[in-house]
Design a protein around this ligand. Sequence first.
Ligand code: ATP
Ligand code: MG
Length: 896
Amino acid sequence: MKNKQLTGNEIRQSYIDFFVEKEHKFVRSSSLVPGGDATLLFTNAGMVQFKDVFLGTDQRDYQRAANSQKCMRVAGKHNDLEDVGQDDSHHTFFEMMGNWSFGDYYKKEAISYAWELLTEVWKLPKERLYATVFEDELGKIPTDEEAAEQWTLQPGFSPDHLFHVGRKDNFWEMGNTGPCGPCSEIHYDHRPEEGPITDPATLDTDRFTEIWNLVFIQYNRKGPEKLDPLPNQHVDTGLGLDRVVAILQEKNSNYRTDLFLPLVEAVQEITGDSDEERDNNFTPYRVIADHARAAAFLIADGVVPGNMGRNYVCRMITRRGYRFGGHLGINSPFLSKIASVVIDLYQDAYPELKQNRKIILSTITREEKQFQQTLENATHHLLDLLENLKTGEVVPGEVAANLYTTFGMPLEITRDIAKEKGLGVDEEGFHQAMDLHRINSGAGNAMGDLGGEEVEFYQDLLKTLQKEGKLDSGGVGYNPYENLSIPGTILALIKDDQLVQTAREKDLIQVILPETPFYMESGGQVSDTGTIEGDGWKITIKDVYQPAAGIIVHKGIVQQGSPSIGDKSTANVDIMRRKDIIRNHTATHLLHAALDKVVGEHARQAGSLVAPDHLRFDFTHNQALTENQVQAVEEEVNRRIMEDHALIIKNKSIEEAIDGGAQALFGEKYGDIVRTIKMGDFSYELCGGTHCERSNEIGLFLITSEGSTASGIRRIEAVTGREAYRLVQSRFKVLKKAAGCLSTGPDQLSDQVNAMLDLQKKAEKSRNKLLQKLAVTELKTSLENLENVSGINLLTQILDDADLDTLRMVADRFRQQVPEKGIIVLGTVIDGAPKLIAAVTEDLIKEGFKAGDLIKFVAQQVGGGGGGRPGLAEAGGKDPEKLPEALDSVADWVKK
Ligand code: ATP
Ligand code: MG
């Protein structure tokens, strides 16, 4: 290669520059945590953030885009974990470069752009490049002749470098239904000296690296056998940055590029290995570099080590990285040193790394320390177990699950250790055993099933309304931020999935208007409710949502009259409910800021609900808040409320917002222009929700609970405004009532209660004393009428209301008064359960009468057990009603 060698960061930039020059819009990488998609554990391809565009439920104001997307492939359909460390081209975390056409250019341009970038900009030798196109091995989907032809037209592309490949590698599907299409993959030949190839399977050997996949989204899958052509065809490509950098820098491994070698060298600095020693034992170096990079990026996106789902992956990857350090003789936390190099290297392209530097490093170290404490124990435990297994056998699933739940040893590490000994793990059994702790490993498909039909119905409706001039190109206007009441005209009514002209009273109906003031659920804030009204009719609206880009549906019930298409209407948001909601939303921002201050900056939002009657806020923190902390947080929020801050709401480009320190939330999807909400200098968030104008409107903020939801995640629930007032009012009522019962005022209530408790304790004491005295008197009478059984003085008795002390005392007295040949068994009932005590005099013990045996015999009859010394024994049981009979049986026992 003749051109000057580019750095990895420059190569990333040159990809983006190339496509920006071709009129693509640069779009930031979305978070590793996919926005609003619960079916997917991590973003695993560049297309994830554009999924809704392909589905037609979202629109962008550009038709060409380019990006470098953070991807993670450790779960679900894409799980490359087992390759990591074994080969030089698969990582858990990696960057996927992509260029996109949404209904704009197609195969011709996509292929020629790729060829131009590879051969003219990057100057890769043409004779080393191979391409594949789709040919269906089942013969049901047409061969992609169009792509094949385009390849042969590329200057310098050798036609015998083109291969036809089947469904597995060359047909891309989003899910069981939805957009799909043929792919064309580009491969790089590392050893052209081995001569021409004839079998496409050779492309999957280590002679080649797959660098780029061009996907042509051409069809809409309606079912297993049904493919419809799409009206709008799209291009979706993915190029692995690390792989291309290795090739351009002429390295035989991704780990030897300038994006990875500094991480490897940082490990080497700790181990003191020479380069040769390092290369002879390269696997742990690869795993550590990969996992440290992945952990840093995960934590920057708000994922923390924990027990479930995404957090589990973060834990597993950190622990696994630490353990591979052990293979190199490293025995104390070290990964933060490697992660620190990751941050230095990548922070310009991914500023979230810089912003979260402290959190990333401290989180990793904390996790390593926690694991360090148990690793040794767990490993010994496992090794002992493995001793008894023969090669080829498997570690039972239950054992692997137990190692995880007791020692925090992730399955992946148990599998590593077993593998090192030539053994397997019963992973199915593991997952069964983990049922309760089930690690949610994400869905099998990148997407769930898609309601293709429904989307099309609304898309058609949108087109019709646009053609008739009733809606403009932007579709239904969404304006929940200004007026809570907006006039309009009914554009469409849908009943039972059918368009109708008119609706009747009690009909369940969907209404389309030109513009809506109703907020649609997003960012945790629930949808508005309200009414749509016209001349002589009224519809109560329960829900609002967007089934397709440009269409907003109001769902409700006709309360009165018959609304018809064309009727003048007014859409009214329920104002009181909206006000309750905005108080909770603004309070949520204050709470977030207060937690940051009181608990620490690691306490970040992990989920939230903003409803009219309460708010719920989940955040990352490892232990319960102390009572003082809860109080401090509540006080801080109320202080900010009273300070009466104005909310400054501005739209900005996402770059400007993030660079200015605005907090983005993971799990949220952001466009290029974002709405920012700022209060004072303590709260600055990206947020599309509706808010108070000033913090004062919140009134009062009260925390109603603090608890945990998942490991590493705490949850606070709170109320504001009307609900807070209601809470205070009802608490006051209870307080007043209680004080009234004691004929005192609320302020003296706790003193009064304490005084009463003291009195009660005293009364109990004297009552017990009296009962004991009574028991002693009773004993005297009983001793006069002792039963004589085979020469033994036997006393069995039920003492009503006696406590255990009383039973013991009476038994002792008996032994004093009957020093020889005496046996006593006493019973009572405490809190509904029978209690027994038995005593035997010394001389009888020598004859073989043991109080322990006796009590067991009696206790069995009342459903219990017990024991004790030969002289004195106690027991308890379950059936109080059997007590008299059980005591009667003692005489027989003595006889025997
Ligand atoms: P492979 O067969 O090599 O696993 P793939 O078919 O899974 O690749 P795609 O899903 O088509 O890959 O992803 C597009 C590109 O992303 C690939 O061509 C490759 O360059 C890159 N890529 C895929 N998986 C990884 C990974 N685990 N680590 C690094 N790069 C990857
Ligand atoms: Mg793969």
